[in-house]
Design a protein around this ligand. Structure first.
Ligand code: RIB
Ligand code: CA
Length: 309
């Protein structure tokens, strides 16, 4: 069964792998890519989305999105993804222009024109998604699922309690989680199971294609910065996981739980408060990822690079 998706991202090394997986797998029809500042400035992550599509020979429409969060100013994460937000290997120049539509306009057009309901897959701060939901209530019925990478059942990575994507725009995440649309959350508690080990990199190199070699060089850069910043020599490949869950929900185990976003805490703003034991009495609004079939996940990743090579 094919699922039509729009990938909203801030490439970013792991966002790149999400784009490649979505583009390669027959269970997914990647209608469009939209960009949001996060791992780098809006211009950098948008340029990277174009270069990734050039690298893989893709011609998917790309809509440039939000530079600033709903509240406050943009903040980038150059320490993890490098000055370009996708350091580690030379990449080709874009082979086609950006859409004339911005992210929200492109999402609205693609959803309105789709003959089937659409799944939104945000893998960066959710500013574009929130702005789309607020601007187009008439299209909510055509969004069947929002599967996002962000938050955590446990602790954060950008602050002690907040994961970067949610921390960068907590108001946007709050809009998404209150939308009433079926939502799946892939947080750090699961994404830290998807470690790009030397064995994974060797499997990719064994494909013996230029694309595989470029991907490995990029992931080695990602590994170096993750080791330097977090003491994790094998970097977690966060963003392809919600894509994998759209391809086959069996790739991970989830539970329907109440999830709220902390908007006010001095030390906890941006935290995803996951009510695992139902203590708050709040409605269970999010399908929260709790476990990952790691071997299945990496097989999907390696197969996607093989098929695009
Ligand atoms: O915290 C991990 C998330 O932040 C990933 O989406 C990564 O690309 C960065 O955006
Ligand atoms: Ca990302």
């Amino acid at each position: 069964m094919t699922t039509s998706i729009i990938l909203d991202c801030d490439p970013g090394h792991d966002d790149m792998m999400a784009i490649l997986l979505a583009a390669a797998h027959p269970n997914i029809d990647l209608l469009g890519i939209t960009t949001v500042s996060g791992n780098g400035s809006l211009d950098k992550v948008t340029y990277n989305a174009q270069r990734i599509c050039a690298l893989a020979g893709l011609t998917i429409p790309i809509g440039k999105g939000a530079n600033d969060p709903l509240a406050g100013k943009a903040s980038a994460a150059p320490t993890i993804h490098g000055a370009s937000a996708l350091d580690g290997a030379p990449l080709p120049e874009p082979t086609y222009d950006l859409s004339e539509l911005n992210a929200v306009e492109l999402i609205a057009k693609l959803v309105a024109e789709s003959p089937v309901p659409v799944t939104l897959v945000p893998t960066g701060p959710m500013t574009n998604i929130a702005q789309f939901l607020m601007a187009h209530p008439e299209l909510h019925s055509k969004i069947e699922h929002i599967a996002f990478m962000g938050g955590s059942v446990t602790r954060g990575n950008w602050t002690p309690y907040a994961e970067f994507n949610i921390w960068a725009d907590p108001e946007a995440a709050d809009v998404v989680l209150r939308s009433g649309i079926r939502t799946t959350m892939v947080g750090l508690n699961v994404s830290h199971m998807a470690l790009a080990t030397p064995e994974v990199l060797d499997r990719l190199l064994a494909l013996d294609t230029d694309l595989a070699r470029t991907v490995v060089d990029l992931l080695k850069f990602f590994a170096h910065t993750y080791d330097t910043v977090f003491g994790m020599p094998d970097p977690p490949l966060h963003d392809p996981i919600p894509v994998a869950a759209v391809i086959d929900p069996a790739v991970m185990t989830t539970a329907l739980l109440p999830v709220s976003i902390e908007l006010n805490g001095d030390l906890t703003r941006g935290a995803t408060v996951v009510d695992v034991h139902g203590i708050t009495g709040r409605d269970a609004n999010v399908h929260v990822a709790l476990d990952l079939d790691v071997d299945y996940f990496w097989n999907l990743i390696v197969d996607s690079i093989r098929d695009l090579g």
